[in-house]
Design a protein around this ligand. Structure first.
Ligand code: ATP
Length: 380
């Protein structure tokens, strides 16, 4: 059993609080991703778990054992870093077996474990090569091999794919996920890339400025974000935010945007009744927008930019009447947009859209998210 309990973990560097009161329970065999912009404290949290940094406060319990004060070598954890320095003068086989040799493991046992790891990673035919004769992806697999042979209770991975090119990253991401599911070792994986988090994680821990913002499955974070930060960080391209005043008619609550009425439903509509007559921030995902049919209620917008991806395109529009700055869009680490613009994911459109007035409609059954402009918390 290697479940992990992180209890009120914190870390200060002088007066600076890099990690504030992190608490989290990770199940045995779970794949948890820590994600957030640069400097949010995710690597600091991982280093404390590995024992490479001392915590300023809080406790870490692995498999029922309090490891908070234990030396890194005694925690039974294997780490995979972004810089997977392999020994250039050793073969792949020797590189993978090196840690076991240092621990005086029996030679036959080392050979068997290296063989098993190589099979799992499909690098058996590379075992007698040296690192310089390997591609970047193959080297990354050898680095994973070094972690796997230790047969640890926990894997900690810090941006292990960030040195690889985009295509290889997609491939390795699938391989690591499949490998983890197969061997079932509890894993914590750190990345700033929300796509990696969404595609790999059983659960995501999203962080900002040392504070956990939300913990949940990829679907929970996407469908029910706790605040504007999470809503804007998860999903690509990111959610549109439109500011408006909440009103009510006989069909329920709505906010008016150009010719469109944005109507939240269910629990959101209920929670929103406290905001009637007040300003709210309304969130709509780019995929919820489409070109309006003739006669359909629509928003008249002017395309600024068409980013074509083949059959689909991300189209940026100027949003009439919107001048309010959304705080989250101003953050440099965020792929934020200028306020008063809107992104739609449209199909079968091209550059000829530029210069034309376009009518955008909201697709049926779209979730409208609402946020309090003062607290940035979701109204839900
Ligand atoms: P990145 O994706 O850029 O690696 P991160 O989320 O992993 O970011 P951390 O490396 O955990 O961020 O750093 C969190 C904050 O703590 C940063 O502001 C960083 O500058 C600060 N920090 C980290 N290590 C130290 C240190 N040894 N001394 C002082 N400040 C530090």
């Amino acid at each position: 059993m290697a479940d992990i309990q992180i209890q009120n973990l914190s870390k200060s560097f002088g007066a600076f609080n890099a990690l504030k009161d992190m608490s989290l329970q990770i199940d045995d065999g779970e794949f948890v991703v820590f994600v957030g912009p640069s400097g949010c404290g995710k690597s600091t949290a991982l280093k404390i778990l590995a024992g490479l940094e001392a915590a300023s406060g809080g406790r870490i319990i692995i498999g029922g054992e309090d490891v908070t004060e234990l030396a890194p070598g005694k925690r039974d954890i294997a780490m995979v870093f972004q810089n997977y320095a392999l020994y250039p003068h050793l073969t792949v086989r020797q590189n993978i077996g090196f840690g076991l040799k240092m621990r005086n493991t029996d030679k036959a046992e080392i050979d068997a474990r290296v063989e098993r790891a190589a099979q799992a990673l499909e690098i058996t035919d590379l075992l007698d090569r040296r690192p310089k004769a390997l591609s970047g992806g193959q080297r990354q697999r050898v680095a994973l091999g070094r972690a796997i042979v230790r047969e640890p209770r926990v894997f900690l991975m810090d941006e292990p794919l960030s040195n690889l090119d985009a295509a290889l990253r997609v491939q390795m991401r699938a391989e690591i996920t499949a490998l983890q599911r197969r061997i079932g070792v509890t894993t914590i994986y750190v990345t700033h890339d929300q796509t990696e988090a969404m595609t790999m994680a059983d659960r995501i821990v999203i962080m900002r400025k040392g504070v956990v913002q939300q913990i949940g499955t990829p679907d929970e974070l996407f469908s029910r974000p706790n605040n504007i930060f999470v809503a804007g960080f998860i999903g690509s391209p990111s959610m549109n935010f439109i500011t408006g005043t909440l009103a009510r008619d006989d069909k329920g609550v709505f906010i008016e945007a150009g010719g469109l009425q944005l109507r939240p439903e269910g629990a959101v509509a209920q929670a929103a009744s406290a905001y009637i007559g007040k300003s709210v921030i309304c969130g709509i995902r780019p995929e919820a927008l489409g070109l309006a049919a003739p006669g359909e209620a629509a928003l008249d917008v002017e395309p600024l930019l068409v980013e074509s991806l083949g059959s689909e395109a991300y189209v940026h529009f100027r949003l009439p009447g919107q001048r309010v700055a959304i705080p989250v869009a101003g953050e440099h680490e965020h792929e934020g947009r200028a306020s008063g613009t809107l992104i739609a994911r449209l199909y079968d459109v091209d550059q000829s859209l530029i210069g034309r007035q376009v009518r955008l409609a909201i697709k049926p059954n779209t979730s409208i998210h609402l946020f309090d402009p003062a607290t940035e918390e979701a109204i839900k």
